[in-house]
Structures are given as structure tokens and as C-alpha cells.
Design a protein around this ligand. Structure first.
Ligand code: NDP
Length: 285
């Protein structure tokens, strides 16, 4: 048997960052340095790592960044007031609220306070509506990263059958909408789907975002399919594994993303792209 082509997320992320670094540099030379503000509430250790990684990535590509930290017991209105200040701050082009927020927060309300043109995560309901109607303003970063990987790997989408496993608002649902927009026939599977394998086996492009380690096995995949594994699962031994049983599926798929080193590095990359895009738009206004 022929082994699948491995889609290298690190290499594609590097390539995309190099392209966008030029755009950031050009903008800065014309007087607009792209700026990102990250708002984090509470002391979730995973969130703190993500936020620090985002700040570091910003620095490397030439984006100015600010981290706005609030203690766990903060009042929601105080955070919203800060977001409103950032909305009016000309040095800031993108605002990101690190989720999850503490339980006494209404995330929807906090996200609704972000100015639409600075919502680089694409989670504001206006941006969600824009995505649904095919007038995307800022594509949500993880599915945007998947689309970029497909594009850079020259994998056709139009007319293909895409199956998305997972329907979350941050991954599965926007993923399905983006594939639909590009002309794929899309099936969305959830934890309620009966005979999951009957669906996944029909996929030319299978995107898995369920958060269930190695749930997709070779018998669930069509020979030659493109398999994109969004899952990030930390195993008891501390290792990270995806939602796809990579070792067996790579013997059957045509293209496959590894975990780590697949979709993961693309997510932050697309956040950087959205921030630079926001700054480009602001400089044109
Ligand atoms: P959620 O837990 O919010 O959603 C998981 C989805 O998968 C739900 O819609 C759920 O269905 C569905 N699901 C769960 N089990 C099954 C099953 N056995 N069969 C079919 N569908 C199932 O997770 P997220 O979307 O936030 O994240 C998904 C995975 O991607 C996680 O591992 C997460 O860590 C990872 N992730 C990776 C990112 C990256 O940068 N690479 C970014 C974001 C997330 P139902 O709705 O019916 O419950």
C-alpha cells in the first residue's frame, strides 16, 4: 500500500507567516504597525500559555501586542469597559478575548462588545452572520487554518464530499460553512450521529474536531481521502494525540495532517493574518 502524503502544518505555517510578514512590514513603513490586544480573565494555566504564545508570535511577525489581564473575580462590566476603550484605540486593530471566561461571565455579551472590525477571532455574532451569508469578514482561525492547508496542498474542494465531525461554534460549524462556501457537499456529524462510519467513509475530505483521541480508525476512511485532524488530546502519559488514529489511517488516506505539527500551528498563524488584515483595512479608511 501507498502511505499518505503528510501535510506539514509547521512548514505551511512558516510559509504563510513569511508572506504576511511582508504585508505587516509594508504597512508599518506606511505608518500603521498592526496591533493586537488580548484580554484574559482569571488564571487558567492553559489560557496563560496560549496568550503568551500569541504575544510571542505577534512579536516575530511585526505585530504590536498588549495583554490585558484581569483577576478571576473581576466584574464583567469592568472587562467590557476595557474592550470599549480598545475599540477606540487607534493603535489596536484586533481584539481577542481568551476563552473560556470565568463562570460568572456571559461570554456572548463580552464578545458582543468587541467592535466588529476588530473581532479577529470572528466570534462576534455579526461576523458569524457574515460567514453564514458568504460575506466573511474575519474567518475563525482554526477552520481558516484548515482551509489554508487545503489550499497550500492544492487539494480541490469544489464538488468534493466533505465530512466534518463536530459542530462546535469555534471549529466544526464554521469549518462546515467555509467548505460549503467553496462548493463542497458537506455533511456534519455530531455525538448524536448514528453509524458515524457510514458518513466518514464517504468523505473525500474528512475534518475531525471531536476531542476524542484516535476515534477515527482506518476502516472509517475512504482510500485516498484527505484527513484533517483538528483534535488536541492530552493523554495520561502527557503526550498529545489527535482524534485520528494516525498510524493506521496514514496507510489508507491520500493526505493526512499529523498531531502535533498539523492544524495546531495554523491557528495562531491565521490570528496573525486576521490582525494584519484588520490593520490593512483600517489604514484604507
Ligand atoms: P467541543 O467539545 O466544543 O465540540 C466537540 C464536538 O464533537 C461536538 O459537536 C460533539 O458533538 C462532537 N463529538 C464528540 N464526540 C463525538 C463522537 N463520538 N462522534 C461524533 N461527534 C462527536 O470541542 P471543540 O470543537 O472546541 O474542539 C474539538 C477538538 O479540537 C478538541 O480536541 C480541541 O482541543 C481541538 N481544538 C484544536 C484547535 C487547534 O488549534 N488545532 C483549536 C480548537 C480546538 P455534540 O455537539 O453532539 O456534543
Amino acid at each position: 500500500t501507498m502511505s499518505a502524503k503528510i501535510i506539514n502544518g509547521n512548514a505551511i505555517a512558516r510559509e504563510v507567516r513569511a508572506e504576511w510578514k511582508i504585508r505587516a512590514t509594508n504597512l508599518a513603513e506606511r505608518g500603521t504597525r498592526p496591533g493586537l490586544a488580548v484580554v484574559i480573565v482569571g488564571d487558567n494555566p492553559a489560557s496563560s500559555i496560549y496568550v503568551r504564545n500569541k504575544a510571542k508570535a505577534c512579536n516575530e511577525i511585526g505585530i504590536y501586542s498588549e495583554i490585558h489581564e484581569f483577576p478571576e473575580n473581576s466584574v464583567q462590566d469592568e472587562v467590557i469597559r476595557r474592550i470599549q476603550e480598545l475599540n477606540g484605540n487607534p493603535l489596536i486593530h484586533g481584539i481577542l478575548v481568551q476563552l473560556p471566561l470565568p463562570r460568572h461571565f456571559d461570554s456572548g455579551k463580552v464578545i458582543a462588545s468587541i467592535a466588529v472590525e476588530k473581532d479577529v477571532d470572528g466570534f462576534h455574532l455579526y461576523n458569524v452572520g457574515a460567514l453564514v451569508t458568504g460575506n466573511t469578514i474575519f474567518p475563525p482561525c482554526t477552520p481558516y487554518g484548515v482551509m489554508k492547508m487545503l489550499e497550500k496542498s492544492a487539494i480541490p474542494i469544489e464538488g468534493q464530499h466533505a465530512v466534518v465531525v463536530g459542530r462546535s461554534n469555534i471549529v466544526g460549524k464554521p469549518m462546515a460553512l467555509m467548505l460549503l462556501q467553496k462548493g463542497a457537499t458537506v455533511t456534519i456529524c455530531t455525538s448524536k450521529t448514528r453509524e458515524l462510519a457510514d458518513h466518514t467513509r464517504r468523505a473525500d475530505i474528512l475534518v475531525v474536531a471531536a476531542g476524542k483521541p484516535r476515534m477515527i480508525t482506518a476502516n472509517m476512511v475512504k482510500a485516498g481521502a484527505t484527513v484533517i485532524d483538528v483534535g488536541i488530546n492530552r493523554m495520561p502519559d502527557g503526550k498529545i494525540t489527535g482524534d485520528v488514529d494516525f498510524e493506521s489511517v496514514k496507510e489508507k488516506a491520500g493526505n493526512i495532517t499529523p498531531v502535533p505539527g498539523g492544524v495546531g500551528p495554523m491557528t495562531i498563524t491565521m490570528l496573525l493574518c486576521n490582525t494584519i488584515e484588520a490593520a490593512e483595512r483600517a489604514s484604507r479608511r
